[in-house]
Design a protein around this ligand. Structure first.
Ligand code: OFO
Length: 169
């Protein structure tokens, strides 16, 4: 059985993962408008990953005989409109998600739920990978600047990203 505080914290994070899915869906639409299909594909994979993250926690709460409570998902707050501005926000958002996973682990630690801590380890590692891959795209965009040809090449590269359903936990 999950401690109530931990159950609430999991529900809060499920909402944040669903918000991430929604945010990236909004960003996918921006790149569709910009006619950059590789970036569209990159965000499509990201959307699927966020859904998988949310469902991983959703299923885990049930597995622990807890109760899932779904709240409203906020409207995606997308600040920029250029590839560089959007990716700056993606990195900022992923860093925020990392801080929320750490906070969730703090609650698991406080209620001494070692099983939950071990489950959440996967999410922490996933965040390290996400921050690194997003940071890589962002670094490329900074190098590219206004070079349209280089942006076209990066778009081709991002078209190769594929969604591999993660094995969580
Ligand atoms: Fe699911 O997190 Fe990265 O975001």
């Amino acid at each position: 059985m999950l401690d109530k505080r931990l159950e609430d914290a999991f529900n809060d994070q499920i909402n944040k993962e669903l918000y991430s899915e929604y945010l990236y869906l909004g960003m996918k639409a921006i790149f569709a408008d910009l006619n950059l299909p590789g970036f569209v594909n990159w965000f499509d994979v990201q959307v699927q990953e966020e859904r998988a993250h949310a469902m991983g926690m959703f299923d885990y709460v049930f597995e622990r005989n807890g109760k899932v409570v779904l709240e409203a998902i906020d409207r995606p707050d997308i600040k920029g409109s250029t590839p560089l501005e959007v990716f700056e926000q993606v990195l900022e958002h992923e860093e925020y998600v990392t801080s929320r996973i750490n906070a969730l682990m703090d609650v698991a630690e406080e209620v001494k739920d070692r099983a939950a801590l071990s489950f959440l380890d996967w999410y922490l590692k996933e965040q390290v990978e996400e921050e690194s891959s997003v940071g890589g795209v962002l670094a490329n965009l900074k190098l590219i600047g206004d070079d349209k040809k280089a942006l076209f090449m990066l778009d081709k590269e991002l078209a190769a990203r594929v969604f591999n359903p993660p094995v969580i936990g």
